[in-house]
Design a protein around this ligand. Structure first.
Ligand SMILES: C=C(O[C@@H]1C=C(C(=O)O)C=C[C@H]1O)C(=O)O
Length: 413
């Protein structure tokens, strides 16, 4: 049973680290996929944990173990692991084997549907809108004064307390309908136990962004950056989308991400196709996205989907440019993110797999759900617009709870 904790007085983000290796109870959900093809299972007594998400020996070990598991029955579907890398390369990773019975299930086991809106007892913003605007202003000042500094993604948390513990699968079931299939749904245990909790939180979300996938030799990525909230009025919605496509500021903000992903994949591929930026929409936001694909020159197992995720994570979609500078600014102004905005997905014994950027997400423990949303800040950013962008991004997860932004605002204390 999950212990429920009262709201702490200090920001949640500051309590996410240092990481403690979690004791994983059996039976926690393991879910990753789209609405028409979902990997779905439960934790057992086995897992792979690493103190560092960028440790390639960790990925080697997982692949070797999956191969050993697959060897006795080469005709069966390959052994598969599912899990998450933290946002920071020096923070922990956690993966789990998917039981063979779960693996065989290519059609999703039906996700339960939540019948009524979640009953909220309280909500808190960390930082509050004023604090977020201050952080963005700080970042803009540094971007304008810095030599090489070009972009940093700053986030904030919306901490919700519900009357009864949330069923993560029911939240995913609702997200599957509110998000209309254009996302990757996920629910996996987080690799660290937030202070004050008794067991790992569950990383839960519906991400529109493909960090990387590998199938045989084929590698794909769809980096996103540059966003605008959608409008319920179709004409305004279309105008906003076209303004986004024409925006020099958003084009620049996007290019840092697309260029970084293309630069990392190009040396590994025989030819890389980079197609974008183009418009993509979720239920609440328009994004600029670039579709990138190529064929691996050397389809070795040390370039498995998990290794590729380690290579790319964190992209400037969630970190910034240059990465090390941005990670320092995020740690200072925002705090820790754990596996939120990290990589979440699966890898199999053949090296195939798929990873989403772990955004439009939150950390769930019992009656507490901490939702995250960030926005890319560049020198030309307008702080109020960035705040509105995070609000629109938070609305995706609120939709999965049957809650409106206005209803949650009324509960904020
Ligand atoms: C950081 C988030 O989203 C990322 C940032 C974007 C941007 O700054 O425009 C767009 C898509 C995502 O890559 C988030 O949803 O929390």
């Amino acid at each position: 049973m999950t212990a429920t904790v009262p709201f702490a007085t200090e920001p949640f983000a500051e309590r996410l680290e240092p990481a403690v290796q979690p004791a994983i109870p059996p039976g926690m959900p393991l879910v990753f996929g789209s609405t028409d093809r979902l990997l779905q299972g439960r934790t057992t007594d086995r897992h792979w944990w690493s103190a560092r998400s960028n440790d390639t020996a960790y990925a080697d070990r997982i692949i070797a173990d999956l191969q050993a598991e697959s060897r006795p029955d080469p005709g069966a579907s390959p052994a598969t692991a599912i899990g998450t890398l933290s946002f920071r390369p020096d923070a922990p990773a956690l993966f789990f084997p998917l039981a063979a019975a779960d693996r065989a299930q290519s059609v999703p086991a039906r996700l339960p549907m939540r019948r009524s809106p979640v009953q909220l007892l309280g909500a808190r913003e960390l930082p509050d809108p004023g604090g977020y605007l201050e952080n963005v202003n700080q970042a803009i000042a540094r971007l304008r004064g810095g030599q090489n500094a070009a972009k940093v993604v700053l986030g904030r948390w919306l901490d919700l307390e519900t009357a009864t513990p949330l069923d993560p699968l029911a939240v995913l079931g609702s997200l599957a309908t509110t998000s209309r299939g254009a996302v990757r749904l996920f629910a996996v245990p987080a690799p660290a136990v937030p202070e004050g909790d008794s067991e790992p939180a569950i990383l839960l979300g519906a991400s529109p962004e493909l960090l990387v996938s590998r199938r045989g030799r084929l590698v794909r990525s769809t980096p996103m950056a540059g966003s605008v909230p959608r409008s319920s009025d179709p004409a305004t919605d279309a105008l906003r989308a076209h303004a986004l496509l024409d925006s020099v500021k958003d084009g620049d903000e996007h290019r840092y991400v697309a260029d970084a992903v293309a630069a990392a994949l190009r040396p590994l591929c025989d030819g890389l196709v980079v197609d974008g930026p183009k418009l993509m929409r979720t239920d609440t936001v328009w994004h600029l996205a670039t579709e990138i694909h190529g064929r691996l020159s050397d389809p070795n197992l040390d370039l498995s989907a998990l290794h590729l995720a380690q290579l790319l994570q964190p992209t400037p979609a969630v970190g910034g440019t240059p990465t090390d500078w941005a990670l320092d600014v995020i740690a200072e102004l925002e705090g820790a993110r754990s596996c939120v905005a990290g990589a979440v997905g699966w890898v199999d014994a053949a090296g195939d797999g798929s990873y989403a950027v772990g955004i439009r997400s939150g950390l769930l423990s019992g009656r507490r759900l901490r939702l995250f949303a960030g926005a890319g800040i560049v020198a030309a950013s307008d702080p109020e617009s960035e705040l509105m962008e995070t609000e629109a991004k938070l609305a995706t997860m609120l939709g999965g709870l049957g809650l409106s932004t206005a209803a949650v605002k009324g509960m904020i204390r």
